[in-house]
Design a protein around this ligand. Structure first.
Ligand code: ZN
Ligand code: ZN
Ligand code: ZN
Ligand code: ZN
Length: 608
């Protein structure tokens, strides 16, 4: 629930009809970038942005210039002109040749959509990569397979949002780590498997919220511990023996250990949010930030930002960004932007540059409005260059026309949405099917709902192979797997679609002593996402009742019933004595989450 400030105004979202607040600092921000306040609520704005970003869905396509087959994030029937990545970055073609005069008789967004489909796009958005053919939105990367939205790495597979990792697979949000497998939001760790929210750990498996631990299995909330199994200490020798008995090299052993770990998770305290070294922030997965509201997954040094997700570092005064950072200021309603950028508004994949509005895939430019595919240009509108004064006048006229003759989406007889200056691009103009984008990862919709909202749904490609083995018939232990397994077509235990074990995966699992996965890479990715809380916030009280958990702070009665018997006793003295803790917070744990959620002070008192 957003806290309403006295000087805030409440608006009704055009898209979902929910009310949302705009406060004085918001208004101040919109003034700084010269846009009117939004008419979509923060959630709908997030969804709209996400529907323009495809990180992981790849297609076989053909370079329109060279005829060369390419792997692309754009489907062959998307209507876009796709160039081989290296050809796109060459000087062999001229983006101005696709330029056009602005037509004041037609809505801006309709004309922009046509320009977007005319100007060539690189097959994938990647820079400085070696042997990374199935990767999109990656940079400084070597030998990677199906890695998306990641920076710097070597010998990786099936990863999203990893930075500076090596010899690892099945990652989401993992940084500065090596030889890790199936981890979510793990930092500075090595040989860590099936773990979440851990930092500086090594040789750990099935761990949650552990810091500085080594040789731990099935543990939650441990600090600087070694040789623990399900939070119980062992000496070195008995640990080795107990670990061997768990048989984590087998699927059956792993499943049994996982079940005990899940039970321990339910009985364990959770901190209300993953927020460290921050001042005055709300959101989740934030470090070293100040004065930010509703931000998620931010790396470092972020100030005065709101409604941003996936921030690299050094973002100052930015609103509504996904994948922004590396030094940027005053960006708004943009994805994959920043890199020493200022005032990049309604932009996608814009690196560097100042005063870029409504532009996609333009780099190191200044003063653009409605441009696609430009590099090192200035004062351009619809890929035509103008004199400085002419540019200013034309830009101002277009902005007025965008409000006088807006683009209208007639979703159905009851719903139509009006897009004037100040709104991001409508979802139905996205070059991607909704279900191919990060919108489907974080705000999934059924095929019917996607269609009824007027968005594009594209049936995922089914590989034309017959399964040769069912996942449940794979060898239980990795010790019984041979190279022959890489030839098999396996039907996934989750979705039934076929997948393979690739060679590098097999040798990784053999070295790590972990069983073959029974679920396909896509199901595994969804499993990792499911471990995270949604990018939403709820206002809640600390669950600490003084001596331990107080059940009546859990909002839903069903949850209280399901938690009966899960008693959590405090072991330390808390600042509030034996009275219930008075602290309240914004948490991404949904109201129906059975987790026991403590404020930072109470959590830190117990977890030392
Ligand atoms: Zn809304
Ligand atoms: Zn599957
Ligand atoms: Zn508390
Ligand atoms: Zn307490």
């Amino acid at each position: 629930m957003p806290t309403t400030m006295p000087d805030s105004e409440t608006k009704i979202c055009q898209n979902c009809r929910a009310s949302f607040a705009i406060d004085a600092s918001d208004l101040d921000f919109y003034r700084k970038i010269s846009v009117p306040p939004p008419t979509f609520c923060p959630d709908c704005r997030m969804q709209r942005r996400f529907a323009w970003r495809n990180e992981r869905t790849l297609y076989r396509n053909t370079c329109a210039a060279t005829g060369k087959p390419v792997i692309s994030c754009f489907a062959p029937d998307s209507g876009l002109t796709v160039y081989d990545r290296d050809y796109w970055w060459s000087d062999n073609w001229d983006p101005f040749s696709f330029g056009t005069d602005y037509d004041f008789q037609r809505p801006f967004f309709a004309q922009f959509s046509e320009l977007l489909r005319r100007v060539p796009m690189p097959a994938v958005f990647s820079t400085n990569t070696v042997n990374c053919n199935y990767c999109n939105y990656v940079g400084e990367m070597k030998d990677a397979y199906l890695v998306g939205a990641s920076w710097a790495g070597e010998n990786l597979a099936y990863a999203s949002r990893e930075d500076y990792c090596k010899d690892s697979m099945d990652l989401f949000g993992v940084m500065l780590s090596e030889r890790c497998y199936d981890c979510v939001s793990v930092l500075k760790s090595s040989q860590t498997y099936f773990s979440q929210n851990c930092e500086s750990c090594s040789a750990c498996a099935l761990c949650l919220e552990c810091r500085g631990c080594n040789d731990c299995v099935g543990c939650v909330n441990l600090r600087n511990k070694s040789y623990h199994i399900f939070n119980q200490p062992y000496d070195r020798e008995s640990y080795r023996q107990a670990l061997a008995e768990l048989r984590l090299d087998t699927q059956s052993g792993l499943a049994a250990a996982r079940q005990r770990f899940e039970e321990l998770k339910l009985r364990s305290l959770r901190k209300f949010a993953n927020i460290t070294s921050c001042q005055n922030v709300t959101g989740d997965y934030i470090a070293n930030a100040a004065n930010c509201r509703f931000i998620f997954d931010s790396a470092d040094d972020v100030r005065d930002c709101r409604y941003c997700q996936n921030i690299a570092s050094k973002a100052y005064g930015c609103y509504d960004g996904y994948g922004i950072g590396a030094q940027c200021e005053l960006t708004y309603e943009s994805f994959n932007t920043g890199v020493q950028g200022v005032r990049q508004c309604f932009c996608g994949t814009v690196y560097g540059g100042t005063d870029i509005y409504y532009s996609i895939n333009c780099h190191n430019c200044m003063n653009l409005f409605g441009c696609v595919g430009l590099r090192n240009k200035e004062y351009c509108i619809f890929n035509r260059q103008y004199g400085k004064e002419e540019y200013r006048e034309l830009r101002a006229r277009i902005i007025r026309q965008m409000s006088d003759r807006p683009y209208v989406s007639k979703v159905n007889s009851q719903k139509s949405v009006v897009y004037k200056y100040g709104e991001f691009y409508p979802i139905e103009l996205s070059p991607f099917a909704y279900n191919a984008t990060v919108a489907q990862d974080f705000m999934p919709l059924s095929p019917d709902k996607i269609r009824s909202e007027g968005y594009t749904y594209r049936e995922p490609e089914v590989p034309p192979y017959q399964a040769t083995i069912a996942a449940q018939d794979l060898p239980d232990s990795i010790q019984d797997a041979t190279e022959a397994i890489t030839k098999e077509i396996i039907s996934c235990q989750g979705c039934g679609k076929v997948y393979r074990i690739i060679s590098k995966e097999l040798s990784f699992l053999e070295q790590a002593g972990l069983p073959l996965p029974r679920r396909c890479p896509e199901c595994r990715h969804q499993d990792r996402l499911a471990l995270r809380n949604p990018m939403k916030l709820w206002h809640r009280h600390c669950a600490c009742g003084g001596r331990g958990r107080q059940l009546n702070t859990t909002p839903s009665q069903d949850v209280v019933a399901s938690c009966e018997g899960v008693v959590c006793q405090n072991t330390a003295k808390h600042f509030h004595g034996e009275a219930p803790c008075p602290n309240e917070f914004e948490t991404a744990y949904p109201p129906d989450s059975p987790a026991i959620i403590y404020c930072e002070q109470c959590y830190n008192a117990e977890v030392v």
